[in-house]
Ligand binder design. Structure first.
Ligand code: SF4
Ligand code: SF4
Length: 384
């Protein structure tokens, strides 16, 4: 698929995404006679009993899949004020079912009054008088959580509008000590997967769990979907004999094999995907899973940024490399060009204009084997 064609397809189809959330998935292949088994875990000291497989609602919830997930017993759902129509569409799915589920949503603001306003807007939009988890969205630096933001979060909790509070981040190593020192947060939602988990994040996750902080794992399967290989990643087509969906299944099983993890929030777009992912709660993690994940991980090595942040601050033009590569991954590995473009266009204007093709040589040598310059050029062509 050429970049131009990808972009054209997005402009023709992707810009109507909110409406697409109301359409049934044509990918649904399985009609389950029996719902998949659910198992529960405790989300740190919150004491919430949450299903090991939760649901990342994302920008465009597929209502058929969300409804089925609720019917099948998934009880943890994650959304955000930043996901545009997400809360409103989700609200239609939970009418009359509020008591069966735990809701997490987030504010993107750093300002007290805006966070308080966001809280009220979320409650109104979702049609509920409380959320279970209220988070600050995407905080990878302590400076992104000023005192006034903490005050607002605590105020929401004291008012009973949020049972528990926390924040999401892509770089837990930067934020663990901050979270623990603040002594007010109950949960952290962070990136964690076979591809990016071991090594970079394990200590942080263990430290949080030991302190009783609920750990919610996100980006648990995106790298293992095989989508990146189909969309023009340099790893070539998948060289496994496994069926589609078995990579993500193995990936969630790997995450859930760590007792420090409270729940996971994969985004799901078909009943088949939901059914496959839910199996991770009752099936053991096996040597065959390990082999599959290892194989997939090597195939995506040149294309998938592990978000280790070792290249932070290295680009002389100031590019936040890991962030831009993550935006590209939304499309290449999760099939969501809309999210990639939206994030890219939130970069400062001067960063949106940087073109890596103008550099004779990239200053970044990725220790994880990512072809940084090629990937950034693809991001700039596709998302700018
Ligand atoms: S590009 Fe490489 S060094 Fe930079 S964050 Fe990604 S994996 Fe780490
Ligand atoms: S190619 Fe140049 S602009 Fe792009 S990340 Fe590398 S050093 Fe920065």
């Amino acid at each position: 698929m050429s970049l131009n064609r990808s972009r054209r397809e997005f402009l023709q189809a992707g810009l109507t995404l909110p409406a697409a959330g109301l359409v049934s998935s044509s990918l649904d292949m399985s009609v389950q006679k029996e719902p998949p088994k659910v198992t529960y875990r405790t989300l740190g000291k919150t004491g919430l009993k949450v299903t090991g497989v939760g649901y990342g609602i994302g920008y465009v919830p597929n209502v058929e899949v969300v409804n089925r997930a609720i019917d099948w017993g998934i009880n943890y759902f994650d959304t955000s004020r930043d996901y545009r129509e997400s809360e409103a569409i989700f609200a239609g799915c939970i009418k009359g079912k509020r008591q069966k589920i735990h809701i997490s949503t987030k504010s993107g603001s750093t300002k007290k009054e805006e966070i308080l306003q966001d809280m009220d807007t979320s409650l109104k939009t979702l049609g509920t008088d409380y959320v279970d988890i209220w988070q600050l969205h995407a905080r990878d630096l302590p400076a992104r959580i000023p005192d006034e933001a903490i005050e607002a979060m605590v105020q929401c909790k004291k008012a009973g509008k949020a049972r528990f509070i926390g924040f999401s981040c892509h770089n837990p190593n930067n934020m663990v000590d901050f979270l623990l020192d603040a002594k007010v947060f109950d949960v952290m939602q962070t990136t964690y997967s076979f591809a990016i988990g071991s090594g970079f994040r394990e200590k942080a996750v263990q430290k949080l769990a030991a302190a009783g902080v609920g750990v919610i794992a996100m980006k648990v399967v995106v790298a293992m979907s095989g989508i990146g290989m189909k969309r023009g990643g340099s790893g070539g087509p998948a060289k496994t004999n496994k069926k589609e969906g078995e990579g993500p299944l193995a990936g969630i099983k790997w995450v859930l094999s760590n007792p420090a993890i409270g729940t996971t929030v994969p985004n799901m777009n078909s009943i088949a995907e939901l059914e496959m992912n839910m199996r991770a709660m009752s099936e053991p993690y096996t040597p065959a899973d390990e082999q599959l994940l290892f194989t997939l991980n090597e195939q995506i090595r040149p294309d998938y940024c592990r978000m280790c942040y070792q290249c932070d601050g290295v680009c002389p033009k100031g590019l936040p490399v890991a962030d831009v590569l993550r935006y590209l991954a939304y499309y290449d590995f999760a099939g969501d060009l809309y999210q990639g473009v939206t994030n890219f266009r939130n970069l400062r204007p001067e960063l949106q204009k940087v073109r890596c093709g103008d550099c004779s040589e990239c200053a970044i040598k990725c220790p994880n084997g990512v072809q940084v310059k090629n990937r950034l050029m693809r991001a700039q062509e596709l998302l700018a």
